[in-house]
Ligand binder design. Structure first.
Ligand code: OGA
Ligand code: MN
Length: 200
């Protein structure tokens, strides 16, 4: 993994402490506003390429109704976020011996009425996902728009996390969580920090 600098105003000690104590952490004002705008534009420019996330290998599920687009290095602005997460992974490995080797990520678009029902990102410890991260795009968000991330922390406490613009939520991939129905279009990059690729 390449060495990319983590934004100077991220409080890495706080992130490590939160993950250790609660199994999740929130980074607000994650990036300079110009970078956020450029990611939003890149995301919006590709909305036509998004596909229904509930259909995998032709099988339709009713657990989620969002649309996604997997990231690749050609989506070069968003790719910088992945590189930042790779750098963060190195710190997490050093601190917690997590053995993270790669980052996989997709854009997600939840249109009004969309949701993602209660689930874990790594239900049976089979897919290598260790830490889940969600970077909320859209340039503004209001509290009455729904679309919150509802998450049970490692001490079984529930939290409601607003998908605020320029916020990153990080949490252990084995924690139970859901996306409540949104009333406005909700754009994000979901990324998983994972050990080596394994077949599910
Ligand atoms: C997911 C997920 C949470 C969010 O994509 O698996 O749970 O807040 N996303 O978008
Ligand atoms: Mn999830």
């Amino acid at each position: 993994m390449e060495a990319v600098v983590i934004p100077g105003d991220w409080s890495v000690d706080q992130i490590l402490d939160d993950l250790d104590q609660h199994g999740f952490s929130i980074i607000d004002h994650a990036y300079p506003i110009n970078y956020l705008k450029n990611v939003v534009t890149e995301c919006q420019n590709h909305l036509n390429d998004f596909r229904n996330a509930a259909i995998q290998n032709g099988v339709v599920s009713t657990i989620r109704s969002d649309h996604i687009l997997w990231l690749n290095p050609k989506l070069s602005i968003s790719h910088q976020h992945i590189q930042t997460l790779q750098s963060l992974s190195q710190i997490l490995n050093r601190e917690f011996y997590l053995g993270i080797q790669e980052v996989e990520a997709h854009f997600a678009c939840y249109n009004p009425g969309d949701f993602y029902a209660l689930h874990r990102d790594n239900p049976q410890d089979k897919n290598g996902r260790v830490i889940s991260t969600v970077f909320y795009l859209h340039e503004q968000w209001q509290e009455n728009w729904g679309g919150q991330l509802r998450l049970q922390d490692k001490n079984n406490q529930w939290h409601i996390i607003e998908p605020k613009s320029n916020r990153i939520a990080l949490f252990q991939s084995d924690l139970l969580h859901e996306v409540l129905v949104t009333q406005h279009q909700r754009l994000s990059i979901t990324a998983w920090l994972r050990t080596e690729r394994t077949l599910i």
